[in-house]
Design a protein around this ligand. Sequence first.
Ligand code: NAI
Length: 329
Amino acid sequence: SITPVKVAVTGAAGNIGYSLLFRIASGALLGPDTPVELRLLEITPALKAVEGVVMELEDSAFPTLAGVEIGDDPNVIFDGANVALLVGARPRTKGMERGDLLEANGAIFTGQGKALNDHAADDIRITVTGNPANTNALIARSNAPDIPAERFSALTRLDHNRALAQLARKAGVHVTELKKLTIWGNHSATQYPDIFHAEVAGKNTADFTGDTDWLENDFIPTVQKRGAAIIEARGASSAASAAAATIDHTRDWLRGSADGDWLSMAVVSDGSYGVPEGLISSFPVTTKDGNWEIVQGLDINDFSRARIDASTAELAEERDAVQALNLLG
Ligand code: NAI
């Protein structure tokens, strides 16, 4: 029998967790032939709710689910983890300032970074979905000095998938006919969805990129504000699509991106494309066997340059704010 892959998920009792756990257990992350052990972390008051989710996981009788551990101690739950999906975070509540939010999440991600450092398996891969995702990933990374920096990533795949959906709709094609779209920068309203290198059904996107009015006033704001539009319509934030994107991101990282295409992932910058070194910023990347590489040599026009710079400036500000709070180990 094959040793199960240990997948740790935080925020297991939350909305994203309720969709994510069942997809992992059913084989969507690691494939139909790989048994998976789920290791679920929650805060103490939410453990009872997690017990209910575990009952439902059992009742789903998934052939690929080898076991489930739950708990409130990251040192225990991250023990031996091969993959960690850090979804749980402190949401902004009424009256909370941005600094309070960074501080509350800072406490979570410093502790989880240290616990991963001390207890995760040597092949650990970490995806941060909980917001502010890029900066939370930066905090965890800087508190885990023994884990290579390239093992930390933050989720911009939902933004990437949203951009695919909008471009497919405009072009009248299926999303599978689109390639080489990029999300740059922060997972926030400043993110920049870039279609200047995209291919639509094998052709370039000159028809669409030439339509600056559509780009500036429709496509980009629609992608940037899609999260708010879903809250407005559904009365709750996007959860199933965020879970799907968390799976897509981590699955493609482990199993590789398609030939002739690339993905968007927020990873540690090596200074490529003028993004300050050390920031966790979204780039076009190719992946293979659990490793990623930033796609090099793309021409960046002035339209794109200004937007990439604005989003990475926001990331630098967030970094400076958490540095001032002494959250960077
Ligand atoms: P939720 O509020 O339903 O669930 C979050 C869960 O995390 C709660 O059950 C909470 O108890 C738990 N949690 C809080 N602190 C924790 C800790 N220290 N350890 C373990 N668990 C902890 O929120 P939801 O809808 O599931 O979203 C989760 C996060 O994902 C939020 O920060 C949200 O903003 C973010 N998000 C990110 C997206 C992205 O594209 N990067 C897209 C959608 C949501």
